[in-house]
Design a protein around this ligand. Structure first.
Ligand code: GDP
Ligand code: MG
Length: 439
């Protein structure tokens, strides 16, 4: 899913010391693939990736955590721009009765959504459900049953009646006597758009003068949804889209592209078959759902609190100069302690070599405390020049830290291992603190 793809992108960014040209390229490739796989319109994807690239390019990257956060933030912002930032509940006409018209392909969820809207609006209004899908007797019956379920008045065709406009007019005439101030008109759909269907809904629209024309779209339809939305928008002038079946594992592509292509915002989200499974569409929530990053964001925050900019700069400098000291090791150990559950944070440490060394060393929190104590018992000179720590110094340090000579030896051994890893990392091809321009 799109969510999984994005998670992969950010996992690969996490734990990197620096955001390199290669990283950005890779991340953008993943973002592009993810969106295309989610069945987002090709042109929308192209523009989207280009905008993310432009925003990411040339941004200063100070700590290793920031790249992931920065890219996350940029993608998040762009997703919001794509879907529109506003939450727009359905509106009410200043001149009652307000009329909503449900349109869309067969099976998209028009009839169900009409009932869901009626239930929601019942709190503040007096809605009526009107069956104008006269092609199938079952459709009329379906709405009649739903109307009684949610407890609102229903108007359908009389015996043998086939003209939806007549049914709609009769419903409107009944409004004042029944005190109805909101009329929700269900219409016929086809499996595909055809001229006859379009003409029928267009005529109906002319007859009922709806305040909202809502296109109901099955969120599983992906790319196809965009052409459907375009066609309906061209003929009817949509005021909004309802995205249904978001409770399934919809790929989400429809949500992203519909507004970009038609300029029509998604207004409501269908989240199940029951009549109360309807929500006002929230772009923020949708972007979060797509990114699936809720927990990771919390983790990133924790890491950033635990890691001062200074420490990271210092470490980076040490690595550049191939001078990783015991003081640097101490900084790393303290970060690990501040961050809590080890398994979760180890791979998020700024320097991949260190996180790997810590993981390999299988450190538990108690042992980290001991390691810290040992380093603190050293003189600053010893910390910077570990090679001078011989036998007598080792005994003194063990005593001072309340550990054993064996543990001091172990720590020095671990330090040597880390240093080697640092060297290898520092020599690696991925350098540079800035995302180079012109990617
Ligand atoms: P219509 O042909 O456009 O009127 O579509 P219906 O309202 O008859 O819905 C078609 C099918 O989709 C029905 O089985 C509904 O229960 C189901 N459905 C509609 N909306 C949702 C939704 O948000 N989630 C799920 N899971 N099913 C839905
Ligand atoms: Mg229907």
């Amino acid at each position: 899913s799109l969510k999984d793809r994005f998670e992969k992108v950010f996992t690969s960014l996490r734990g990197k010391g620096k955001l390199t040209e290669e990283d950005v390229k890779l991340a953008l490739r993943e973002v592009r693939l993810a969106l295309l796989e989610a069945d987002v319109n090709y042109k929308v994807v192209k523009d989207f990736v280009e905008r993310v690239r432009q925003r990411a390019t040339g941004q200063e990257v100070l700590s290793s955590i920031t790249p992931a956060q920065q890219v996350y933030a940029i993608v998040f912002e762009e997703l919001l721009d794509l879907m529109g930032r506003e939450v727009k509940p359905l509106s009410i006409s200043p001149k009652p009765p307000t009329v909503y018209m449900m349109v869309g392909l067969q099976g998209s969820g028009k009839t169900t959504t009409a009932a869901k809207i009626a239930l929601k609006m019942k709190r503040s209004h007096r809605p009526m459900l009107v069956a104008c899908d006269l092609r199938r007797p079952a459709a009329v019956e379906q709405l009649r049953v739903l109307a009684s379920t949610v407890g609102v008045p229903f108007v359908g065709p009389e015996e043998g009646e086939t003209d939806p406009i007549r049914v709609a007019r009769r419903a409107l005439e009944r409004c004042s006597e029944t005190l109805v101030d909101l009329v929700i008109v269900d219409t016929a759909g086809r499996f595909q758009i055809d001229q006859e269907l379009m003409q029928e809904v267009q005529d109906l629209k002319g007859a009922v003068n709806p305040h909202e024309v809502l296109l109901v779209v099955d969120s599983m339809t992906g790319q196809e949804a965009v052409s459907v939305a375009s066609a309906f928008n061209d003929r009817l002038g949509l005021t909004g889209v309802v995205l249904t079946k978001l409770d399934g594992d919809a790929r989400g592509g429809a949500a992203l592209a519909i507004r970009a292509v038609t300029g029509t915002p998604v207004r409501l989200a269908g989240l199940g078959e029951k009549v109360d499974d309807l929500e006002v569409f929230d772009p923020n929530k949708m972007a979060q759902r797509i990114l699936g990053m809720g927990d990771v964001m919390g983790l990133l925050e924790r890491v950033q609190q635990a890691t001062s900019e200074e420490d990271v700069e210092r470490l980076s400098e040490s690595i550049k100069r191939n001078r990783f000291t015991l003081e640097d090791m101490l900084i790393q150990l303290r970060q690990v302690q501040k961050m809590g559950p080890l398994e979760k944070v180890i791979e998020m440490l700024p320097i991949p070599g260190v996180s790997k060394a810590l993981k390999d060393a299988n450190v538990d929190p108690k042992r980290i405390k001991h390691m810290e104590a040992i380093i603190l018992s050293m003189t600053p000179r010893e910390r910077r020049n570990p090679e001078i720590i011989k036998g007598s110094r080792r005994r003194r340090i063990a005593q001072g830290s309340g550990t054993s000579v064996q543990m001091v030896n172990q720590l020095l051994h671990q330090y040597e291992q880390m240093k080697d890893l640092m060297k290898a990392f520092g020599k690696g091809p991925k350098r540079g603190f800035k995302v180079p321009p012109g990617l």
